[in-house]
Design a protein around this ligand. Sequence first.
Ligand SMILES: [Zn+2]
Length: 152
Amino acid sequence: MDIVNSETRSRMMSGIRSKNTKPEIIIRKGLFNRGLRYRINDKKVFGKPDIVLKKHKAIIFIHGCFWHGHIGCKNFKMPSSNREFWVNKIDVNRKRDGEVLNYLHATGWRICIVWECAVRGKYQLNKIDETIQKLYDWIISDNIWLEITSEE
Ligand SMILES: [Zn+2]
């Protein structure tokens, strides 16, 4: 039995696939309001990252938990129908993500992955504020890696 119904899944996937998913816009605004300037989906950077802060040598990806296969996340359940197709699809996406991260890391970028579960759900507003603060602190730091995920 599927844990999410097909309507929910198509909503999840369409949200993930579109360029301007809501959490992404809120995160961008939060960073902008803190005085940070960045490029969005910069084609000149490998993997066309969601947010590129050149001055800080920092890149932010906002990953949908389903599409990017967030292991151990309640928002990531492999569909039981058409299972082989989805397992393969998510696997391809994961490999691609890995290649992008390795390349960016090797070329001197600092990288942050924000999983959508960190900014979605019941306590959305608090979570988004917290996430933006964590992001900001990381951007102005020297740390090369940050992953933000739901703490539930
Ligand atoms: Zn997740």
